[in-house]
Write a protein that binds this ligand. Structure first.
Ligand SMILES: *Cc1c(COP(=O)(O)O)cnc(C)c1O
Length: 379
């Protein structure tokens, strides 16, 4: 199809999309500043890397790269089902949970007719995929200290609401609502919008101090209107392989499988994820490293005069002391020192910054660089 100007163009809704702003890569910064060592604390990746067992499995399966994966990745789906104590018919795998977010929007909504709810700010993929799918999005501002305003969210719902996205713990604040709040919301939204699916994105749930105090899934509470998203990208250390999954009611899982491209989780990703699940020693070490590092960074940032929001995730959102530099200038100074953190302009929080919890050496170097820049700014 040609437009009036006589050449192919993407439709206006696609041209108008705000591009997803990923964290800067190590290669970009190494090239720009010529650093030997660059520390990336921008994308909430695992501070201890990928499990050694996963790495071995990927090498072992390398020769199978010419094969298509088995349709539906049944071995991985079965292992995930066992881990969560659910039937495998509830589990759908995706090329990262990003793929599943897009598919859920597509199977749950009719463009131009249905609406979808989420908070403001929220994870950028929800509104972008909603726009691409022509779905009206209604957004409730977060409450004080970035708490989830469930009453406000409910007030936006009507009979045409088909989806509600909630991130718990939330990105970028680290806030995590309590289990009873989530359970009450699932119940109330089912009354106002009986056909709406509540999607609780639990990408960071395993980093909480007490999963049972926050996760319906961890408690085996599976409301008929609720789906859960989890990912191998964060605590499992496999972001580059792209594996995520949803746990959802069986009839929706069946629809999701049918709409997914057949081979979106590749053979090496499947082997890596299965092996990572065998490596409990490594995983426990990762979770402990994140919880300890989170505590330490919170205290150190506060000692430097920063405002720090309490986090249940593997990242921390903070604001610089009043008398220091603007956040974007500070961010650039950190880059020049070889440390990449995350600006939050794309979340409409230009004064806030987000740092992923690294390993102890990375955390120390980050705090040391902060101190140096803050002192320089005062001098
Ligand atoms: C990182 C993240 C994900 C995971 O995305 P993948 O596509 O699985 O890598 C999902 N939701 C949120 C809120 C995230 O921050």
């Amino acid at each position: 199809m040609a437009t009036e100007s006589g050449r192919p163009e993407a439709e206006s809704h696609a041209r108008a999309l705000a591009p997803y702003a990923p964290g800067l890569s190590i290669a970009e910064i190494r090239e720009k500043y010529g650093h030997e060592e660059v520390i990336k604390l921008a994308s909430n990746e695992n501070p201890l890397g990928a499990s050694p067992l996963a790495q071995e499995a990927i090498k072992r399966h390398a020769a199978e790269a010419f094969r298509y994966p088995q349709g539906g990745n049944p071995a991985l789906a079965a292992a995930i089902a066992v881990m969560h104590g659910v039937v495998p018919e509830r589990v759908v795998l995706g090329n990262g949970s990003d793929e599943l977010i897009d598919l859920i929007i597509r199977i749950m909504t009719v463009p131009g007719r249905h609406n979808m709810l989420c908070f403001r700010p929220c994870f950028g993929i929800y509104p972008v995929q909603a726009a691409l799918n022509h779905v009206e999005i209604r957004r409730q501002p977060l409450g004080e200290n970035f708490a989830h305003d469930f009453t406000g969210l409910l007030a936006l719902a009507n009979a045409d609401t088909r989806l509600v996205f909630i991130t718990a713990p939330d990105n970028p604040s680290g806030y995590c609502p309590a289990l009873p709040e989530l359970q009450a919301f699932a119940e109330k939204i089912s009354q106002i919008a009986p056909k709406a699916l509540l999607v609780i994105d639990e990408a960071y749930m395993d980093f909480t101090d007490d999963e049972a105090a926050h996760s319906l899934l961890a408690n085996g509470i599976l409301p008929e209107n609720t789906a859960f998203l989890r990912t191998f990208s964060k605590s499992w250390g496999l972001a580059g392989l792209r594996v995520g999954y949803a746990v959802l009611p069986e009839r929706l899982a069946a629809a999701l499988w049918k709409s997914r491209l057949p081979f979106s989780v590749n053979i090496l990703a499947e082997a890596g994820a299965l092996a990572a699940m065998q490596d409990d020693f490594f995983r426990q070490k990762c979770l402990a490293t994140v919880r300890e590092g989170r505590q330490w960074l919170t205290e150190e940032l506060r000692k430097l005069g920063c405002r720090v929001w309490p986090s249940q995730a593997n990242f921390i959102m903070f604001r610089l002391p009043e008398d220091s530099l603007p956040a974007d200038e500070f961010f650039e100074r950190l880059l020049a020192a070889g440390i990449i953190i995350r600006q939050l302009k794309s979340y409409d929080l230009p004064d806030n910054l987000r740092v992923s919890v690294g390993n102890p050496a990375e955390n120390r170097k980050f705090i040391a660089a902060m101190k140096k820049i803050l002192q320089g700014a005062k001098a």
